[in-house]
Design a protein around this ligand. Structure first.
Ligand SMILES: NC(=O)c1ccc[n+]([C@@H]2O[C@H](COP(=O)([O-])OP(=O)(O)OC[C@H]3O[C@@H](n4cnc5c(N)ncnc54)[C@H](OP(=O)(O)O)[C@@H]3O)[C@@H](O)[C@H]2O)c1
Length: 274
């Protein structure tokens, strides 16, 4: 049985937690308190991004952590419109978050300008050499865009963060990343609350005495994706983390697989430029 502090291996030889806390769409005291509650609950990976516009408030919670810095995994992302000034973007995120290094930095979206994307990726690799970033990864990248990175730099990105929830499983992209050892982070992992009334999930919920969100988060863990649920409410932050004391059977995992319906909620990675 896993625990919230378990780690998964990264291609660059490092490790990251198997479970994280999302910081999107929450501001001011709410996000500071939410991140502090998450850390107190046992979450060790904090999923931040410059684009969320709240890194200083997230940083205020990180400062309250009484443990060792190396026990936290702080991830941020560079937004495509900052790709031509990627170093400045990284330094700004570090400053706002109040950290001396980032455990991981991702390119937030591929964007349609391949040359610009690769230049930004190279900047992140250089910053890794200089010790400002520990792990370099991507988000919302498709198979061919990931292959271009490998051809250009000789190694796959260690992480691909992508939209994954029961109605949008991205199974081909998942398999592609898994076969290459790329850690798959699932964003919008509970589909922003849209599965509360799903019959398959509700029946598993009844069987295990767990909420629909807990069933979905457990499903992520068993498929090997790293879920990063966000909540601004302390009780939900704790609820979402309470998923390490039950397991879905193989038949139940299959039933969850049957919920795939191309239910994409987010932006289109092939056209979105930031
Ligand atoms: N890389 C990317 O492009 C990208 C894109 C989107 C998101 N992300 C990351 O992924 C994280 C999570 O994704 P997300 O915020 O889009 O969606 P999510 O985590 O699937 O869902 C968050 C929503 O669900 C509600 N919620 C949380 N726990 C709940 C529970 N136990 N029961 C019922 N409702 C619950 C929250 O409301 P309350 O806050 O009111 O509790 C919030 O409205 C983000 O915060 C961000 O870090 C990354």
């Amino acid at each position: 049985m896993m625990t919230i502090t378990d780690q998964t291996e990264l291609l660059d030889g490092r490790e990251m937690p198997v479970f994280g806390f999302g910081c999107y769409n929450s501001y001011g005291d709410e996000i500071t308190k939410a991140v502090a509650t998450a850390i107190e609950t046992g979450y060790r990976y904090i999923d931040s991004a410059a684009r969320y516009g709240n890194e200083a408030e997230v940083g205020a919670a990180l400062k309250q952590f009484a443990g060792k810095r190396e026990d936290l995994f702080v991830l941020s992302k560079v937004w495509p419109t900052a790709y031509d000034a990627a170093e400045e973007a990284v330094v700004t995120s570090m400053k706002e978050l109040g950290v001396e290094y980032l455990d991981a930095m991702l390119l937030h979206w591929p964007g349609t300008d391949e040359a610009r994307r690769l230049r930004a990726y190279e900047v992140l690799l250089n910053l890794r050499e200089r010790g400002l970033i520990r792990t370099v990864g991507v988000s919302n990248f498709q198979e061919d865009q990931i292959e271009v990175v490998r051809r250009q730099f000789g190694a796959y990105p260690a992480i691909n963060e992508m939209e994954v929830h029961p109605g949008y499983q991205q199974n081909d992209l998942q398999d592609f990343c898994k076969e290459r050892g790329i850690v798959r982070i699932a964003y919008s992992p509970i589909g922003r609350g849209r599965y509360q009334d799903n019959e398959t999930i509700k029946s598993l919920s009844g069987k295990y005495g767990k909420t629909p969100s807990q069933v979905i988060l457990r499903w992520h863990l068993q498929r090997g994706t790293v879920p990063i649920p966000k909540s601004g409410h302390a009780e939900r932050i704790r609820e979402n983390a309470d998923v390490f004391d039950f397991s879905l059977t193989e038949t139940e995992m299959e039933a969850m697989r049957g919920l795939e319906c191309n239910g994409h909620m987010g932006l289109d990675p092939l056209t979105f430029n930031g």
